[in-house]
Design a protein around this ligand. Structure first.
Ligand code: TRP
Length: 366
């Protein structure tokens, strides 16, 4: 690709990001006006323990949506981990651990539907008609699929990896969610989902003349700034720079004490020039609700030592009740299973209703 084409693509992306942001703000206002018009779906791959990035980036936001009265659906994407390169690990433990995380942070299973892929046949069946609506070239163009392919250094990619954006469309459309809280990186998946909804309507038509079988879902972009790891690079489990929700207070303190800072004793919030110090301030800010600038001023020339002490206190105070709930929950497998089974029953009913509408639209209802 030539430079000018790159630039063109970038500015097109900027424009489309600006549009997504504006639309996202509209949705947010509409939720305030009438939360009952919305159904939200989000999900996670059960790949291991959740960390602070997940908590501030998405989990907290889901709890807020639940509290605002939105019908919230949360998927444990267990069929999405089998696309991964390095195997699924102790999958059962991870699925139940994720359910424990959800409950510990405040998702309430009587209001929020918590379910998993492998338990919902009718959801997975949507993958077949949906695959008929996308081209192979489109699948190869998906940026996440492309970067996944690059990360495997030429190792063969599974068919499920190639098609997972379509499976993800089934996750969203089976329950007719009209809002999906996402990070920027997930916007192409949502666009793919909208295309599938639209193409289904065009190819197979409607069951009710006044509305398509599938609504076109909108993105709700997270307003939370991105948190970095304790070494100032992208927070990720493989880099060992995360604070996991399941860590003890001592483990959390140890991680923060190890965190990278700089030589300037005067603490200032300056993300461009002092990413590590600013990231620590951001962590404390998110945990306490105070502005990072205010916290920096309070520390003044107290140096990295005082900054770290403040971050440790802020995080541990916020995490303590979550940890307590999590450690009780994780010992009660029966309870975790019953939460999942109840959510799966609700999701199955919804998926079967949608699938019968799909069969009717496709003239395959015998
Ligand atoms: N792809 C998401 C992740 O990696 C998980 C996911 C699966 C999801 N299905 C979804 C997210 C549907 C939003 C909507 O975390």
């Amino acid at each position: 690709m030539t430079i000018s084409e790159d630039t063109l693509t970038d500015s097109a992306n900027d424009a489309s990001l600006a549009r997504s942001r504006a639309r996202s703000a509209e949705i947010d206002a509409a939720i305030d006006a009438d939360p009952t018009r919305f159904r939200v779906l989000t999900g996670d791959r059960p790949t291991g323990r959740l960390h602070l990035g997940h908590y501030f980036g998405t989990l907290k936001n889901r709890v807020t949506l639940q509290e605002r009265g939105v019908d919230t659906w949360v998927l444990v994407a267990d069929y999405q981990v089998i696309t991964d390169r390095d195997g699924v690990g102790p999958i059962r433990e991870r699925v139940l651990g994720l359910v424990a995380d959800y409950l510990a942070v405040g998702l309430d299973p009587t209001r929020t539907t918590i379910f998993n892929h492998s338990a919902i046949p009718a959801l997975n069946q949507l993958l077949l008609p949906f695959l008929s609506l996308v081209t192979e070239a489109e699948l190869h163009r998906n940026p996440t699929v492309k970067s996944e392919l690059e990360a495997t250094h030429g190792r063969a990619m599974s068919g499920l990896m190639l098609t997972y954006p379509v499976h993800q469309a089934a996750d969203i459309l089976f329950c007719k969610a009209n809002v999906v809280p996402v990070g920027q990186d997930q916007l192409p998946h949502l666009e793919q989902t909208r295309l599938i909804a639209q193409r289904f309507d065009k190819r197979y038509g409607r069951v009710h003349p006044d509305r398509p079988v599938f609504p076109r879902p909108d993105a709700l972009l997270s307003a939370t700034p991105l948190l970095l790891g304790t070494d100032g690079t992208k927070m990720s489990k493989s880099r060992g720079n995360t604070i996991e929700l399941a860590m003890t207070a001592d483990e959390t303190a140890r991680m923060i004490k190890k965190a990278k800072t700089d030589a300037d004793r005067v603490i200032t919030f300056d993300p461009d020039n002092r990413p590590e110090v600013s990231n620590l301030l951001l962590m404390a800010s998110m945990a306490t609700g105070e502005l990072p600038e205010t916290l920096a001023e309070r520390i003044g020339d107290g140096g990295a030592g005082q900054l770290k002490a403040l971050v440790i206190d802020a995080l541990n105070e916020m995490l303590e009740p979550i940890r307590q709930r999590r450690s009780q929950l994780i010992d009660d497998e029966d309870h975790l299973l019953s939460v999942l089974r109840e959510g799966n029953a609700r999701a199955t009913q919804q998926a079967e209703t949608t699938l019968s509408e799909v069969r009717e639209a496709m003239n395959m209802n015998y």
